[in-house]
Unconditional design. Structure first.
Length: 152
């Protein structure tokens, strides 16, 4: 059963299995409705969303709670996606970070934001080559995490 976030609900002080499920359901609901990302995800997940969402709960539970339930290869899972560009990652990050910010208090949100930015960076370098330059918007976000100025 999908657990879309209630906009009036207070933000969570810490991640747990229940609010991770709410995060995943809310975020992917936004992805599915997004004009840019919806078609990209649907090329792989059409008719299989209900199988994908529990995997994403396991993924984020493993990353944030250390449950080690996720069994998969993130890079390999994204290889079949055709036509990906930096703009797709910008949009994914915007939607994800915005959803996290709506659902979690700042300290808890960072538990998701930091790995999300690093995963996006790794995926782009893996998909587009090591000489790929991250879009400026992502460079700024990564620099903030690392407390250093962004490269021009």
């Amino acid at each position: 059963m999908t657990q879309i976030a209630d906009p009036a609900a207070p933000r969570a002080a810490s991640p747990d299995e229940i609010n991770i499920r709410t995060l995943v359901d809310t975020f992917y609901d936004r992805i599915r409705r997004d004009d840019m990302l919806g078609p990209v995800f649907d090329q792989i997940l059409a008719g299989r969303w209900e199988q994908h969402l529990p995997k994403m709960c396991d993924f984020w539970s493993s990353i944030v709670l250390g449950t080690k339930r996720y069994r998969g290869n993130v890079m390999q899972a994204h290889m079949p996606l055709q036509g990906l560009r930096g703009e797709h990652f910008n949009r994914w990050l915007y939607l994800f970070l915005d959803t996290v910010d709506r659902l979690y208090e700042p300290a808890a949100a960072m538990a998701f934001m930091t790995p999300a930015l690093r995963i996006a960076q790794s995926l782009q370098l893996g998909l587009f080559g090591w000489d790929y330059v991250l879009p400026p918007e992502q460079q700024v976000l990564l620099a903030r995490l690392q407390n250093r100025p962004a490269r021009p």
